[in-house]
Design a protein. Structure first.
Length: 301
């Protein structure tokens, strides 16, 4: 085996291990949020997650102080965090109201909203593959929700609002990366969302018991590690490999929901989630092929 092949295999293994960490973190965050929702308000959960995030940032983020002092793109950071906070509220509320697997499946519509907001806010073109993915994802949502056929739960709209908010938030992050490092974007996130959560939680504050503490720590650390581990995975894996692995969150979350909360889900949830996955996978692959052709044509020859 050549050195390049050995290196490629090692990178793939590292990427898969980081993706396993990401899967575990997202599932842990969902379970912790469900446990905390039993006696804390949704805004309290978000507030305490931010408290844990601030502690982690203060321990590990000192080297970011020079960049933070520049306060680059502070208004845009605030807008992004207001949008992201809305998404987190809807997602956490959905975790308390719906089967865990349904929340994760509906969350997979986020790439559709990213494409739409990127076109509206960044001027990116909606190509034919992206347009087909948007249409197919809409069909996938209808398969999951089956309005008029199954008993429709309005809470599903709350989760869709979370996916929409996350989509817009990701587009704003893309804009912010022109002036801010990813680490600083995360720091502003925890510091800005801390007072947002506190102010809203004060209107519906519930007694906090010692039994909440472990779940608060899990929710806070998992919330940070989920995105960090996924970002690390993308350093080693092509997204066409990482995306299907990430999709394992749906069946794994369904298994957790069944094992711990006796939740059952319809086969239509997996059919609809599969349609959404296939649509976005096709669009991403088509965009990559188009980018490779464009680079090949631009090379002088």
């Amino acid at each position: 085996m050549s050195t390049n092949q050995q290196s490629g295999q090692n990178d793939s293994l590292r990427g898969i291990l980081w993706m396993i960490g990401s899967l575990s973190s997202f599932i842990a965050m969902a379970v912790a949020s469900r446990e905390l929702s039993a006696n804390l308000s949704t805004f309290q959960i978000l507030f305490f997650r931010s408290v844990v995030g601030v502690v982690v940032v203060c321990i590990f983020g000192r080297k970011l102080l020079p960049e933070l002092r520049r306060r680059a793109s502070l208004p845009l950071n605030f807008i992004r965090n207001a949008v992201h906070f809305t998404g987190q509220y809807c997602w956490t509320l959905g975790i308390a109201l719906l089967p865990l697997a349904e929340v994760i499946a509906l969350e997979f519509t986020m790439p559709v909203w990213v494409a739409i907001f990127a076109a509206l806010l960044l001027g990116e073109r909606i190509t034919l593959p992206r347009a087909l993915a948007i249409l197919a994802s809409f069909i996938g949502v209808l398969v999951i929700l089956r309005p008029g056929i199954a008993v429709f739960d309005p809470a599903s709209f709350i989760v869709l609002m979370a996916a929409i908010s996350y989509g817009m938030s990701n587009v704003l992050v893309k804009r912010l990366t022109r002036t801010c490092s990813p680490a600083v974007i995360v720091v502003w996130m925890v510091f800005m969302q801390l007072p947002m959560g506190l102010v809203m939680a004060l209107f519906d504050w519930q007694p906090v018991v010692w039994g909440n503490l472990p779940w608060i720590v899990v929710a806070g650390i998992a919330g940070l590690s989920a995105h960090y581990t996924m970002a690390r995975a993308f350093l080693y894996l092509d997204a066409t490999v990482a995306i299907p692995i990430d999709f394992l969150r749906v069946p794994l979350t369904a298994l957790v929901g069944f094992s711990f909360y006796a939740e059952t889900v319809s086969i239509w949830l997996f059919v609809g989630a599969g349609i959404i996955l296939a649509a976005n996978y096709y669009a991403f692959g088509a965009e990559r092929r188009r980018a490779r052709v464009a680079r090949a044509l631009s090379v002088p020859g």
